[in-house]
Design a protein around this ligand. Structure first.
Ligand SMILES: [Zn+2]
Ligand SMILES: [Zn+2]
Length: 206
């Protein structure tokens, strides 16, 4: 089941790449991070796109929003040809608009782009992520070339976490604690569950 999520995100990314490559400004599109690294439990889909000018951002943003048909937690990082970060694509159809997201001071200038003033872009950290280039019109990928230039050899890795079974302390039945759940628990700093879902549900009944 966990690998299925990775596949779904890849389909979303491939669709996005095949649409944007029909435009004139995008030079390169890549998946960055956990999905590119084959993480069996990815939380989000991060994409990088290098563009030559900002003229087609509205269309690029529309194609990005269409990824939400597959998965909502996507992020598209827009770069200019020198690999300076322009910003990330706003998820709202109208940007700048009246939605909460666009109230952020950095949203909508230029339209459809969020420039988070709190977020300081760290090229080294960004490029240490696994990168899977879906499309490039440069001779070689500019993202990968920059990664080489910076001497980044190792990419972050994403170990497979095996599902485990736990015996419920209440009813004695075993239940599956999936790899994806374990990853989430770890991130939240929680210890593993002791009771099965049925027993937890029963507790809330009375
Ligand atoms: Zn916005
Ligand atoms: Zn139980």
């Amino acid at each position: 089941m966990s690998t299925m999520r990775n596949d779904v995100l890849r389909v979303a990314a491939d669709e996005f790449a095949s649409k944007v490559r029909t435009l004139s400004s995008p030079f390169e599109v890549a998946i960055v991070g956990s999905v590119a690294g084959g993480d069996p439990h990815p939380n989000d889909l991060d994409l990088a796109i290098i563009i030559s000018n900002t003229g087609e951002i509205a269309t690029i943003a529309k194609y990005a929003r269409q990824m939400s048909r597959h998965y909502h937690a996507w992020e598209v990082f827009l770069f200019d040809c020198d690999l300076s970060l322009i910003g990330t694509i706003c998820h709202r159809r109208e940007c700048p608009g009246r939605s909460v997201e666009c109230y952020d001071p950095g949203c909508g200038k230029p339209p459809h782009v969020r420039v988070n003033p709190e977020f300081e872009y760290d090229e080294k950290i960004f490029l240490t992520s696994p990168i899977d280039v879906l499309y490039t019109s440069f001779e070689t990928s500019r993202l990968l070339a920059r990664k080489d230039e910076l001497g980044i050899v190792e990419s972050r890795s994403y170990p497979v976490i095996e599902d485990i079974t736990i015996e419920c302390v209440r009813c004695g039945e075993t239940f599956v604690f999936t790899g994806a759940e374990q990853k989430w628990y770890l991130k939240q700093g929680l210890s593993q569950p002791k009771r099965c879902l049925d027993c937890i549900a029963r507790e809330y009944e009375d």
